[in-house]
Design a protein around this ligand. Structure first.
Ligand code: G3I
Length: 517
């Protein structure tokens, strides 16, 4: 008996040691702020180690101003990430782990982990990332809607539980096919619906991307540049409020959106506006008295006044400088929660109340030029519970007569959701009689092999067949980005063109869905 016990104890010790070795082997990096900043630097901010061996970030003025660090991540490697964050200023603050990677001279970003930190509490954010083909990768921790918040991080950890693959040898440069020789999606779908893409501000300084846009698309959506964090002028609003005492002040500026708006105007392209009311990428100060985070939330009346001035000022500027260019708007984005399938918790819900979607559409209708298509936009429409929530919300908006359309985001994977789920969702929303849009189409795959791209092409073709069947109700179909490395999901190759603007099988499938069996 004693021998068996001793044997079991030894076995346990061996097992524990083996696990420890396995974990050690999987750990690529754990931050150590005991002596310095451990390679972390401020991205538009100041970082410093604290006496408690954490890293403090201060002096921020944009959400992306953050602590960041370069990591050597091997293409195809599957990494688990985690970090603890803490802030002492607001009741709760939303944080993300993001990655900034560069390829073909362009820096692009993906958001990898999300979490909300209550005041004074250390909160863990966890996420994962499969590395794509990039020259450089910087992991960083950013806020959403709290551009000036000071915060601390500790225990930033990167592991690769399955090990890391051998780095791939450098591939020969790809053959670049002339963009002008391709079939044109906007011409193919003319008479059915507009065909477009999201584009970030930096695309407009790159001749090849400009050519791609004018030859393929007749409508563009600014990927981030018309969101409240880009448009609301927090400092300007604060200053004006101090001068006038008017708490409903909402000053706006269009510094980031101008390149896209000018390009669209010069080239006779339409623009879809994204987005007026959203829980994310909206400065927290918008909701506070005096635009001051240390002051309480404003009243419902003040908030509705701010929203009215915000929308009025946007419409006035666009009407004056780009008349007729912005043909549609996402008035409201992603209001339905994935768990409860009803209005998600947000500052809008807290400050204004359950009718904030109705009020947003009412104000948008009041100031948008006649004929502007006013939409609600959301993701996961193909998931049954979410679809019920979306339909319920649309049914509260339709009787007011201020909503015109619904935007299906369609951020899909080539394996999920099923084509039948998508068809059911499209048919269900179509039955409400609204105009429809596909606002943010992309389809991820696990790698860039021929087999994956063939599977992706088939999925795109099947989606297009559904949209063509409902062409009389679809106003526009837009992909969410121009080339794979520019995508918010760059490491999963979700778009129609590769980094050299070469068309992928998915492009030809969208151009001619019947050619794909
Ligand atoms: O603009 C700054 C840049 O100046 C700075 O150098 C850089 C440093 O990291 O950050 C840049 O901001 C990034 C921004 O994209 C612009 O590229 C943010 O960090 C990054 O978080 C942000 O991600 C965007 C994401 O929305 C944020 O929620 C993606 O590009 C954008 O594709 C994505 O779009 C959303 C739609 O609006 C709504 N539906 C889902 C879709 C995908 O998440």
């Amino acid at each position: 008996m004693r021998t068996i016990l001793v044997f079991l104890v030894v076995l346990c010790i061996l097992a524990a040691t083996a696990t420890a070795f396995a974990d050690d082997a999987a750990t690529i990096y754990t931050s150590d702020f005991s002596k310095g900043t451990d390679g972390w630097y401020g991205r538009g901010a100041q970082v410093a180690r604290t006496a408690d061996a954490t890293l403090m970030t201060t002096g921020r003025s944009s959400d992306w101003n953050s602590p960041g660090r370069n990591f050597d991540l091997v293409e195809g490697g599957k990494y688990e990430l985690s970090v603890e964050v803490r802030q002492d200023t607001v009741d709760s603050a939303a944080f993300m782990i993001s990655i900034a990677h560069s390829a073909f001279g362009a820096e692009t970003y993906e958001n990898l982990a999300h979490g909300t930190a209550k005041k004074g509490e250390w909160t863990t954010l966890k996420g994962s990332y499969t590395a794509g083909a990039f020259d450089q990768s910087v992991l960083y921790v950013e806020t959403t809607g709290l551009p000036s918040l000071d915060f601390e991080i500790r225990n930033f950890t990167v592991t690769a539980p399955g090990g890391v693959p051998e780095p791939k040898p450098t591939e020969p440069p790809m053959v670049i096919e002339a963009v002008e020789n391709l079939p044109s999606l906007k011409e193919i779908y003319a008479g059915k619906f507009d065909f477009g893409s999201a584009a970030p501000f930096f695309a407009f300084s790159q001749p090849k991307l400009r050519e791609l846009m004018t030859s393929q698309f007749n409508i563009l959506t600014p990927e981030n540049e018309l969101k409240p964090d880009a448009v609301l002028d927090v400092e300007g609003s604060k200053k004006r409020l101090q001068e006038t005492g008017d708490e409903t002040t909402a000053e706006v500026h269009f510094d980031s959106a101008k390149p896209l708006l000018d390009f669209a105007k010069e080239n006779g392209m339409k623009v879809h506006g994204h987005v007026l009311v959203w829980h994310s990428q909206t400065p927290e100060a918008f909701f506070h008295e005096g635009y001051d985070l240390s002051k309480p939330l404003v009243s419902r009346e003040t908030m509705l006044g701010r929203l009215e001035n915000y929308i009025k000022n946007i419409m006035a500027y666009l009407n004056e400088n780009y008349p007729g260019t912005v043909v549609s708007w996402d008035v409201l984005n992603e209001a339905i929660d994935d768990g409860s399938n009803w209005l998600r918790k947000s500052n809008w819900l807290t400050v204004v109340g359950e009718d904030y979607p109705n009020r947003a559409f009412e104000i948008a209708r009041k100031y948008a030029p006649e004929g502007t298509l006013l939409c609600y936009n959301d993701y996961n429409t193909a998931i049954a519970g979410k679809l019920r929530g979306i339909v319920k919300l649309l049914n509260t908006l339709i009787p007011d007569g201020n909503i015109d359309g619904y935007g299906f985001q369609m951020h899909h994977a080539a394996t999920f959701p099923s084509i039948q789920q998508i068809r059911t969702a499209v048919e269900t929303v179509a039955a409400l009689g609204l105009r429809l849009r596909v606002s943010e189409l992309d389809v991820t795959v696990g790698n860039n092999s021929e087999a994956s791209f063939t599977m992706q092409a088939k999925y795109y073709a099947d989606v297009m067949k559904i949209l063509i069947d409902h062409a009389d109700q679809f106003e526009a179909v837009e992909v969410w980005g121009l080339t794979d490395p520019m995508s918010w999901r760059a490491s999963q190759f979700p778009l129609l063109f590769d980094g050299s603007c070469n068309p992928k099988p998915a492009f030809f499938a969208v151009a001619d869905p019947d050619s794909v069996q």
